[in-house]
Design a protein around this ligand. Structure first.
Ligand code: ADP
Length: 289
C-alpha cells in the first residue's frame, strides 16, 4: 500500500517520491492521519477503509471548491484512491502553529469574503458529501427553509430512527421552521460546513487555513454557529468577521437551530448523551415561539 501511494504522489507531482519517514498525526476523529516524507518533501495522508474512498474524493473536491473561491487557504489536494484494503487521501503538508490575534482576525475577514461567494443554482452543491462520516445530501434547492428542513434536520432525524431514537417534538419542530426563520432570507453562499475549532488553523507563518470541509452553498450563519458549538474561536476571529460582514438580527435563535444539525449528527455518529442534548435544544427552540 505505501509503495502504491508513493507511486501515485510521484505521478501527480512529476517527481520521484519514496516514503522514508512516516509518523502518526493525532487530532482527527474519523480517519488515521500521517505525515509522510522523503527527507525533502512532506505530505499529509489520511487512511480509512477502502469503502470510504468516495468520502475522500468529496473532501478533496470540497477543498478545491474553497481554493477556487480565492478567499481562504486550504491544503492543496494531491491525490486519492484505494490501495490494498485502504482508501487514502494525500494533500499538501502544512506546518500548523497557534496563531496570534492578527491571524485570527484575518481568518474572520477571509471567511466573510468566502461567505460572499454565491451559487447561481440556489442552496446545495453539485454533489453530496459527508459530515464526519455521515452522508450529507446536497440537492440544489431554491429555498433555504426547504433545504435545511429536508436535507439537514429531517435527514438526521431519519438516521436517528434507524438507531431506534424518536424525538417526540420532531414534527412540531419541523412544522415550526417557517416561524423560526420568518422574515429571514439568506443568500446561498459557500460554507465550510463543519467549522469546529479542529478544522480551522493558522500556519507557522501566520496564514489562516481551513481543513476538512463539508462544503455546500447555504446560509453563512451555519459556519458561525458551529464555531461557537465546541468552545468557540478566539475573540479576534469574530471581530474580523463582523467588521467585514455583520451578522443579521435573530442570529442567536438560528444558531441553536443550526447547531441542532451537528448535535443530531453527533448522536448518529457516537450515540450517548447527544440525544438528551438534542432534545433540550429542540425544547429551547420551541419555547422561543
Ligand atoms: P479527520 O478527517 O480524521 O477529522 P483532519 O483532517 O481533521 O482529520 O486532520 C486531523 C488533524 O491533522 C488536524 O486536526 C490537524 O491538526 C492535522 N492536519 C490536518 N490537515 C493537515 C495538513 N494538511 N497538514 C498538516 N497537518 C494537518
Amino acid at each position: 500500500m505505501w509503495n502504491a501511494i508513493a507511486e501515485h504522489i510521484s505521478q501527480k507531482i512529476g517527481q520521484r517520491f519514496a516514503i522514508c519517514d512516516r509518523r502518526s498525526v493525532g487530532g482527527g476523529s474519523i480517519n488515521q492521519a500521517y505525515a509522510i516524507a522523503d527527507g525533502e518533501k512532506t505530505f499529509f495522508l489520511k487512511l480509512n477503509q477502502a469503502s470510504q474512498v468516495t468520502m475522500f474524493e468529496q473532501e478533496a473536491l470540497g477543498l478545491q471548491e474553497i481554493a477556487k473561491s480565492q478567499t481562504m487557504r486550504v491544503p492543496d489536494p494531491i491525490c486519492w484512491g484505494t490501495a490494498d484494503s485502504s482508501a487514502y487521501q494525500v494533500m499538501e503538508w502544512l506546518n500548523l502553529g497557534h496563531g496570534d490575534a492578527a491571524s485570527w482576525q484575518t481568518m474572520g475577514r477571509q471567511l466573510a469574503a468566502m461567505h460572499r461567494v454565491e451559487s447561481a443554482h440556489g442552496f446545495g452543491w453539485w454533489q453530496n458529501n459527508t459530515i464526519g462520516s455521515t452522508p450529507q445530501p446536497n440537492p440544489w434547492t431554491a429555498e433555504w427553509l426547504s433545504f435545511y428542513r429536508e436535507y439537514r434536520l429531517r435527514y438526521q432525524f431519519q438516521l436517528a430512527h434507524r438507531r431506534g431514537q424518536h424525538f417526540p417534538q420532531e414534527s412540531e419542530l419541523l412544522a415550526a421552521l417557517p416561524k423560526l426563520l420568518s422574515g429571514y432570507d439568506p443568500r446561498p453562499v459557500l460554507v465550510h460546513g463543519d467549522l469546529w475549532s479542529g478544522n480551522a488553523a493558522v500556519t507557522t507563518e501566520g496564514e489562516p487555513v481551513l481543513l476538512d470541509p463539508a462544503v455546500y452553498y447555504g446560509d453563512r450563519e451555519v459556519d458561525i454557529a458551529m464555531t461557537e458549538l465546541f468552545g468557540g474561536f478566539p475573540a479576534a476571529f469574530y471581530q474580523g468577521y463582523k467588521a467585514a460582514y455583520p451578522l443579521d438580527p435573530g442570529y442567536s435563535r438560528r444558531k441553536l437551530l443550526y447547531n441542532l444539525y451537528h448535535i443530531l449528527n453527533h448522536f448518529n455518529l457516537f450515540g450517548g448523551s447527544y440525544s438528551a442534548q438534542a432534545s433540550r435544544m429542540i425544547d429551547q427552540l420551541l419555547a422561543t415561539l
